[in-house]
Design a protein around this ligand. Structure first.
Ligand SMILES: [Zn+2]
Length: 267
């Protein structure tokens, strides 16, 4: 059985600092692998609180270099490798996190680079295989020009996580064939600021891609005020696609998608 575990659902540092929601990213357990997406602040602590053994992490996927996506990357590497005693694990993600750029030093320190088995800075249209799953990078557009998204193709289902982005035709094309679409939607209605999604853009993406399940997460202050549950209901009403607004610690079982209740702990 596979599981998607949402450690936190905060979509801005303001939401984290006001203790409204946790952050820490998303864990995907499937095919004997444990993937950790976007380990933001508190990733290791939240995982431990939810009974997840971070030492079992097979790969860390980081979409871009904003703090709420990569803050705990180095500490997670220490946890994954028992502080370097075991040389293991794969890290893939945006060049802005893994490599020196003209603007920034790499977020992953040189020391932590030396602890893992493999580091893969992702280009657009990059395809990587880990055992029997495939990971394709998604073309996204965000304020970090090196940002990438992830399409994770398992033998049983396809999960896509574009991360932070605006909607583009290219992205919609690349998302086709997705079963479970995880969208970062920090803004409600038609109020997006910066290069991010709002509910209106989410509706357009979901209408075009028609996944089996849409998961909304990464909520900003305005979104929390508007109520993510209400916004998710709007997406579902307009698109006809089952849509949930996740809460911190929520687990989703993809294999149960054909059944009525794929979501554990959702109310
Ligand atoms: Zn961002």
């Amino acid at each position: 059985m596979s599981q998607l575990i949402f450690l936190g659902t905060a979509g801005s540092t303001a939401v984290i600092n006001k203790f409204m929601r946790f952050s820490g990213g998303i864990i995907i357990q499937t095919q004997g692998l444990q993937l950790h997406l976007d380990p933001g602040p508190g990733a290791v602590n939240q995982a431990r609180a939810l009974g997840i053994n971070v030492h079992h992490t097979s790969a860390i996927l980081v979409s871009h270099n904003h703090l709420n996506h990569c803050n705990d990357l180095n500490i997670l590497v220490e946890a994954m490798t028992h502080s370097g005693i075991e040389h293991r694990g794969i890290i893939m993600g945006s060049k802005s996190v893994l490599q020196e750029t003209p603007e920034n030093r790499p977020y992953l320190t040189r020391y932590h680079q030396s602890l893992v088995e493999k580091i893969i800075p992702l280009e657009k249209d990059h395809k990587i295989a880990i055992e029997n799953i495939e990971i394709h990078s998604l073309s996204v557009e965000h304020t970090d020009p090196h940002a990438v998204g992830f399409k994770i193709i398992t033998p049983r289902f396809v999960i896509s996580y574009p991360g932070d982005t605006i909607m583009t035709e290219q992205l919609v094309q690349e998302l086709m064939g997705t079963d479970i679409l995880i969208l970062n939607v920090p803004y409600p209605g038609k109020t997006a600021k910066g290069m991010n999604l709002d509910t209106d853009a989410a509706i357009k993406i979901v209408n075009a891609v028609k996944p089996k399940l849409t998961i909304m997460t990464h909520f900003g202050l305005e979104m929390i005020k508007a109520d993510p549950l209400f916004e998710a209901r709007e997406v579902q009403r307009i698109t006809g696609v089952t849509t949930v607004a996740v809460k911190d610690g929520l687990t989703i079982v993809p294999e149960a998608l054909g059944n009525k209740a794929p979501v554990k702990g959702f109310n």
